[in-house]
Ligand binder design. Structure first.
Ligand code: ASP
Ligand code: MG
Length: 406
């Protein structure tokens, strides 16, 4: 007998028919003798609808009231799914986050889970019942409802799996797994049978939005075996797990990209101690997240300082730099470009192989693509290129690193 946590996303419970189909699937596993905890999202579009309603009431609703409102979406689906299971003759019981007692901190709209009381769930499982839990929500010490941030049901699923020491956590979604890259850009993209936590984190943070990043971090930390599968198709999906050293694996597991980048350069900056913090301090104070940073070596006592930010923050970052120029002295100028993208190759295989970077740069050069910035980590190499080359770059790299399916 195995214990599984199944998480179903919004599209998987988007209609009455789909909720019935989920119930069938859950019942099948339950009948086969497994213990099942199901975590559900709100019906697709519901959370956005609720956010819209709130905005109609008040331009800036308080986070506490937003959480009270947003948590209702998942309360609807747990009740409906439990009813669908009852209708199939399968015993089931629904729980909101507060009822389980998923204790969180009080950071409304982005709360973090502190502790999970498994007693209720355990009792139901032992009595042969399916447990249905509302994703995305918890309760703080005061008893106030909290939510875990958009996409937070994934984290609920993983956290319950960790607390219950489940054999696996299945994330059922509308894609059948994690792909080598976005199939809309590369039709020859392949589904991966396995990917490591580290690689998945890189892919997710680079814009492959299959899972909430926090859920992957959580799964890595508590060693929860995480599997991404389709709720509509049969198949084994993609298993996210620890690296197995003996495993024969590809050098590169995937090509990720991010279209939301913008680049700012400050030229003619005096090359003195404290300059980087003089530039990035005020940027951080504006709550603007900086991604890549490059400072050139100095010539004639001045240097260029370049960094990238999210395109949404581009105008604000430009304003901050304008305000800084007088302060920095020298003869500074701002060069900015919001039509760039970041393309990255990701793979733990990189650790043990030299020459991956030069292969990547050669592939791009052969396509006539100019590289504007480069950054590397142990398992990732990222380049910034003009956005018009995005598709070309991703396809060329996908092919060159042997990821195309035949
Ligand atoms: N319903 C929430 C959202 O749309 C949580 C989730 O689906 O994971 O963000
Ligand atoms: Mg989701």
């Amino acid at each position: 007998m195995a214990l599984y946590v199944y998480k179903f996303g919004g599209t998987s419970v988007g209609t009455v028919e789909r909720i019935k189909a989920v119930a069938e699937k859950v019942k099948k596993s339950h009948d086969a003798g497994d213990q099942i905890v199901v975590v559900v999202s709100a019906m697709s579009g519901e959370t956005n609808r609720l956010v819209g309603l709130a905005k109609e009431m008040q331009p800036q609703p308080t986070d506490r009231e937003l959480d009270v409102l947003l948590s209702t979406g998942e309360q609807v689906t747990i009740a409906l799914l439990s009813m669908a299971l009852h209708q199939l003759g399968c015993e089931a019981r629904s729980y909101t986050g507060a009822q389980v007692r998923i204790l969180t901190d009080s950071a409304h709209t982005k709360a973090r889970i502190r502790e999970i009381d498994e007693a209720n769930m355990r009792a139901d499982l032992d009595a042969g019942r399916v447990v249905v839990v509302a994703g995305f929500q918890g309760v703080d010490e005061r008893g106030d409802i909290t939510t875990l941030g958009r996409g937070g049901s994934d984290t609920t699923g993983v956290a319950l799996a960790a607390a219950l020491k489940a054999d696996e956590c299945h994330i059922y979604t509308d894609v059948d797994g994690v792909y080598t890259t976005d199939p809309r850009v590369v039709p020859k993209a392949r589904r991966l049978d396995r990917i490591t936590f580290e690689e998945m984190l890189e892919m997710a943070s680079l814009g492959s939005k299959v899972l909430q990043i926090r859920s992957v971090e959580f799964a890595g930390k508590y060693n929860v075996k995480l599997r991404v599968l389709s709720s509509f198709m049969e198949g084994n999906g993609t298993l996210i797990t620890y690296e197995e050293s003996e495993m024969e694996r590809a050098l590169i597991s995937g090509i990720a990209f991010n279209r939301d980048e913008a680049k700012l350069t400050l030229t003619g900056v005096p090359d003195l101690p404290g300059v980087a913090s003089k530039i990035l301090g005020p940027i951080a104070a504006e709550n603007i997240e900086v991604d890549m940073i490059v400072q050139n070596i100095s010539a004639n006592g001045t240097t260029d300082f370049t960094f990238t930010v999210n395109r949404n923050d581009f105008a604000r970052a430009q304003n901050v730099l304008e305000g800084l120029r007088a302060d920095l002295g020298g003869n500074t100028a701002i060069i900015s470009d919001s039509s760039i993208v970041k393309v990255s190759i990701v793979g733990v295989g990189m650790r043990s192989h030299a020459g991956i970077a030069s292969t990547m740069f050669k592939v791009l050069a052969d396509e006539g693509i100019n590289i504007q910035m480069i950054s590397t980590s142990e398992i990732k190499i990222s380049v910034v290129v003009d956005e018009k080359y995005l598709e070309l770059a991703v396809r060329a790299l996908h092919k060159a690193f042997g990821l195309d399916q035949d």
